[in-house]
Design a protein around this ligand. Sequence first.
Ligand SMILES: CC(C)(COP(=O)(O)OP(=O)(O)OC[C@H]1O[C@@H](n2cnc3c(N)ncnc32)[C@H](O)[C@@H]1OP(=O)(O)O)[C@@H](O)C(=O)NCCC(=O)NCCS
Length: 151
Amino acid sequence: MAIKSPSLLFRNFTSADLLDATMLANSSLSEFYSESLISELRDQWPEAFMVCYSGSELIGLICGSKYSRTEARVLLLAVKRESRRLGIGGILMERFENLARSSGYIGVRLEVKKDNVGAINFYRRIGYSITGSITAYYSDLSDAYVMWKLL
Ligand SMILES: CC(C)(COP(=O)(O)OP(=O)(O)OC[C@H]1O[C@@H](n2cnc3c(N)ncnc32)[C@H](O)[C@@H]1OP(=O)(O)O)[C@@H](O)C(=O)NCCC(=O)NCCS
């Protein structure tokens, strides 16, 4: 996917990113993420946590995990509101998928709120299909679609 904004830095997440990453997650998603939760999740597969910076500002975040022997999973993806539709989410997904593929996974799964039409369109556009749904998956008891992509 081509980027529509120059001078962005994509790199692995470090502990210095924790505060800004947590703030981005909580301002973009309805679930609450604490710094300690993000830190604990990252410990399980540190390379699967990546950020995008524009200058000194953290504007994109992806947190991946191992789901099963064959599947990786996207736990969290967020791009700062003012920086959306520039290709950043697509690049973060591509980088995570490359990591998952080179780590031997054959697919990526994720959950998305059924009413998050923008994100569902985004995932469809990059090759994900709805494969199931989970009732009352979120803390507000709303439902999730499970989406899946063969790598
Ligand atoms: C979903 C999200 C990560 C997408 O990031 P992004 O950087 O804006 O995505 P990209 O610029 O790479 O989008 C690529 C393509 O996906 C589709 N797309 C992205 N956002 C879309 C939207 N809101 N509505 C419809 N299609 C969308 C478009 O086809 C877009 O290409 P285009 O801009 O040339 O039309 C971002 O909107 C976001 O952070 N949303 C809030 C958090 C969230 O919902 N995360 C996912 C939870 S499961």
